[in-house]
Design a protein around this ligand. Structure first.
Ligand code: TPP
Ligand code: MG
Length: 446
């Protein structure tokens, strides 16, 4: 106790001394300032309206009225479009003037995606695959954005962007191999259906937890910027995923680190059963861009040319100026969320019918092509027949193919097998031996 009180006394003295010196300095400074400011006062009367805020991180003016900022100060961001719903170009200066060949390719990719969706959705319903997610109604967002990128640009997807991968040249048999988890699957059968990935096509493998791709894309775009190789990153996500904390982290990092990144939000009206009016209160996702200091635009996602123009310009400027862009593409999810969902429980048939029959990206493009004499009923009939045949062939091959060797469950994570993995591997094989009748090993690759 005595020692402690002695120390206290000692420190007390020290603190006192320090305080005195500091106090002396401060009072001299104040005297000095008072002298300077009274000198200014004598020269001219002080005008408080000339004062400017000096706080770091804010460029603003002072005000003397108490007023909260209305949330709708950024509200009703317009929807950029090039074509009306009948496929007419509204403003000729916005017509991307794509060649007939390019437009036909857009249309064929959009409809092929549709056909693939139909066959794989039905396969799941028949118990042939475990799960599936369709892309109905969002084909314009996929093809329009994919076409505007350089093939070398890196893509981070959510899970409903199969058309982007298709446009890049991912073959039908690889889509099927992934969904069937067969021996030809690039992921070696270790992912749920629709979790595609392709190193060759610069498409990062999909992961299920929402929004994880957003900060990953920001990191990748930062790396790309440092390499200075004229490459951009695009990151797709739904309006539901935009509510995740990871979205904020990704937006803020990419803006502050000035990354060549295009954030592409597919606002399709729903996050499973949650409609947008329960998802957010502000003016959608585009309104968030200015808060992060990002250039932002809202486009009609059912207008493939509007999506193309917006993505092309965002891509060009993202790379030239090293900054992120935010595109909110307004569209509608016509299908159920996935094969685990029945959307009739939370939305009306009339609502779905409106988008399917009156505001569909495929019919809008078809109107455009028909008006130019580029596409006829006969073309449509023979293309539908041919594309269905190609999809069916890929589907039948995938179904016949062997499953991957079960040993592959344990590879590709660690360079050398860890003791715990080794134990799991042994117990797997013991289990398979014990219950042989349930494990037809002849269907698996050796
Ligand atoms: C972190 C996380 N939370 C919840 C889920 C379950 N989940 C899967 S998809 C989804 C809806 C996402 O909606 P949106 O981002 O709008 O994409 P959309 O399905 O409409 O294309 C949810 C909640 C998940 N996969 N990950
Ligand atoms: Mg959604």
């Amino acid at each position: 106790m005595a020692a402690v009180s002695c120390m206290n006394k000692m420190y007390g003295v020290c603190f006192h001394a320090v305080r005195q010196t500091a106090g002396l300095k401060a009072s001299r400074l104040l005297q000095h300032r008072a002298f300077r400011s009274s000198a200014v006062h004598r020269q001219q009367p002080f005008d408080s309206s000339l004062e400017k805020p000096q706080f770091p991180g804010a460029s603003a003016e002072f005000v003397d009225q108490l007023e909260f900022i209305q949330p709708n100060v950024i509200s009703g961001i317009p929807v950029y479009r090039v074509m009306d719903r009948q496929g007419n170009i509204i403003n000729p200066s916005q017509d991307p003037q794509l060649s007939k060949e390019t437009v036909l390719n857009f249309y064929q990719k959009m409809t092929l995606l549709n056909t693939m969706d139909r066959i794989l959705y039905e396969s799941q319903r028949q118990g042939r695959i475990s799960f599936y997610m369709t892309n109905y109604g969002e084909e314009g967002t996929h093809i329009g954005s994919a076409a505007a990128l350089d093939p070398n640009d890196l893509v981070f997807g959510q899970y409903r962007e199969a058309g982007v991968l298709m446009y890049r040249g991912f073959p039908l048999d690889k889509f099927m191999a992934q969904c069937y988890a067969n021996a030809d699957d690039l992921g070696k059968g270790r992912q749920m259906p629709v979790h595609y990935g392709s190193r060759d096509l610069n498409f990062v493998t999909i992961s299920s937890p929402l929004a994880t791709q957003i900060p990953q894309a920001a990191g990748a775009a930062y790396a790309v910027k440092r390499e200075n190789i004229n490459r951009a990153v695009i990151c797709y996500f739904g309006e539901g995923a935009a509510s995740e904390g990871d979205a904020h982290a990704g937006f803020n990092f990419s803006a502050t680190l000035e990354c060549p990144l295009i954030f592409f939000c597919r606002n399709n009206g729903y996050a499973i059963s949650t409609p947008t009016n329960e998802q957010y209160r502000g003016d959608g996702i585009a309104a968030r861009g200015p808060g992060y200091g990002m250039l932002s635009i809202r486009v009609d996602g059912n207008d493939v040319f509007a999506v193309y123009n917006a993505t092309k310009e965002a891509r060009r400027r993202a790379v030239a100026e090293n900054q992120p862009f935010l595109i909110e593409a307004m569209t509608y999810r016509i299908g159920h969320h996935s094969t685990s969902d029945d959307s009739s429980a939370y939305r009306s048939v009339d609502e779905v019918n409106y988008w399917d029959k009156q505001d569909h990206p495929i019919s809008r493009l078809r109107h455009y092509m028909t008006a130019r004499g580029w596409w006829s009923e006969d073309d449509e009939r023979s293309w539908r027949k041919q594309s269905r045949k190609t999809v069916m062939e890929a589907f039948e091959t995938a179904e016949r193919r062997l499953k991957p060797n079960p040993e592959l469950l344990f590879t590709d994570v660690y360079l050398e097998m860890t003791p715990s993995l080794e134990k799991q591997r042994e117990s797997l094989w013991r289990h398979v031996q014990q219950y042989k009748e349930h494990y037809p090993l002849d269907l698996y690759d050796k």
